[in-house]
Each structure stands twice: as C-alpha cells, then as structure tokens.
Ligand binder design. Structure first.
Ligand SMILES: Cc1cc2nc3c(=O)[nH]c(=O)nc-3n(C[C@H](O)[C@H](O)[C@H](O)COP(=O)(O)O)c2cc1C
Length: 196
C-alpha cells in the first residue's frame, strides 16, 4: 500500500510542501511507503492543455492511480486552494480517487480562510469518489517556520494535529489492509442500512 504525497503549491520553497514531507516521514516511521508528486514539476503547458499524451502527465496520473492514500497539500490562495492543484485534479478521471483515503492539508496567511479546505477543496475531492476524506489539517504561516539551523519548526498545536491526522490515516490504511487480506469485502459506510 503506497501513500502519495501530492504537493499543490506553485512556489519553492513551500511551507505546505515542507509540512507534507514531514507527514510522509512520520508515516514512514509507522512502516508505510510513500511516493512524492510535486505539481510544480509537471510541464505547465501540458497541464493547462490537458495533454494526456505527455509522458510526465501519464506518469503522474499513474502515481495517483497506484496509491492507496493521497495526502494533498496546498497553500490557501484567494480564499481557496491553489489553481495549480485544481488544474491537476481536473486531469484525473471522473472517479480518480476511488477506494483511496485522502488527507487534505493547507497552509495559509492567517486563520481567516481556514475553512477553505472544507468549503472549497473537500467537495472537489469527494466528487472524485474516494473511500474517505479525513479531517483536514490547517496551519498558518506563523505556525510553520523553517531555517537551515533548526529545520522545520511547528507550533505545538500543529504537531498535535499532524500526529492525529497521521494516526488516523495509518490506522485506516491498516484496517483496510486487514479487511482486504481476510477474504471479506469492505462495505462502504454509506451502504450500511440500520433499522431502529
Ligand atoms: C497569490 C497568493 C494568494 C494568497 N491568498 C491567501 C488567502 O486568500 N488567504 C490566506 O490566508 N493566505 C493567502 N496567501 C498566503 C499563503 O496561503 C501562505 O503564504 C501559504 O503558507 C503559502 O504556502 P506555500 O509556501 O506552500 O506556497 C496567499 C498567497 C499568495 C502568494
């Protein structure tokens, strides 16, 4: 089971990408394998022209398809997520996140737009048919800093939130792995009918 770390910032260096890679390292410590995909590394004209014949685009889409989970990182831009991320998500097939777990993550200038993840990005991710979109992680610029000497420094509340998110993602992946390996077919929660 591979986890894809999908970086949606057009900037480098990027706070959201640094937090994303930090999450990858934490998942690796729990025994998970991950791959990285940085949207800013893709050829911009091929993304904008939806050029499916482009080898880099094909390889990026194959990376998404092969992943059991995707951690999606973006900066907040104009009260929403980045246009670079949207342009890439538009290249995915209609149910391009089918059966996958998704953990959304954003960094923003302040707290004002912290709901951008839930109001703007979550509906788009949900439309791609994932198994589950986990609770989002949001950090402000003030809560994420980086220097040559100290590396990545995170505010205590973000450390806690990341630990929770990583644990939820790891547990969900392992639970799914156990169900898949047991011969039982997992039933999505939405298909379970309860009578009272
Ligand atoms: C074009 C642009 C638009 C932005 N719009 C917002 C915004 O609407 N709300 C906000 O909180 N921060 C906004 N920011 C600040 C970024 O979200 C913040 O600096 C973020 O940490 C950048 O992440 P990155 O380093 O991964 O690109 C904006 C930054 C840029 C460059």
């Amino acid at each position: 089971m591979t986890i894809l770390l999908l970086a949606g910032s057009p900037s480098a260096p990027s706070r959201s990408t640094r937090v994303l890679h930090h999450i990858g390292e934490k998942l690796a410590l729990l025994g998970h394998r991950y791959t990285k995909l940085d949207i800013r590394d893709l050829p911009g004209d091929a993304v904008m022209h939806a050029d499916f014949s482009n080898v880099a685009i094909q390889s990026a889409l194959a990376q998404v398809a092969a992943a059991s989970a995707v951690v999606v990182a973006t900066p907040v831009y104009k009260a929403a997520y980045s246009g670079a991320l949207k342009a890439f998500l538009d290249l995915l097939p209609q149910f391009g996140l089918q059966d996958k777990l998704v953990l959304p993550l954003a960094t923003g200038g302040g707290q004002s737009h912290m709901l951008a993840l839930d109001y703007a990005l979550r509906p788009v991710l949900s439309s791609l048919g994932p198994r589950h979109v986990l609770q989002s992680i949001y950090a402000t610029e003030a809560q994420v800093s980086w220097s040559e000497e100290d590396g990545l420094v995170l505010a205590a509340e973000i450390v806690n939130r990341i630990n929770e998110g990583v644990e939820q993602l790891s547990n969900s992946l392992l639970a799914h792995q156990n169900v898949s390996g047991s011969g039982f077919t997992a039933i999505p929660f939405s298909q379970i009918r309860c009578s009272v």
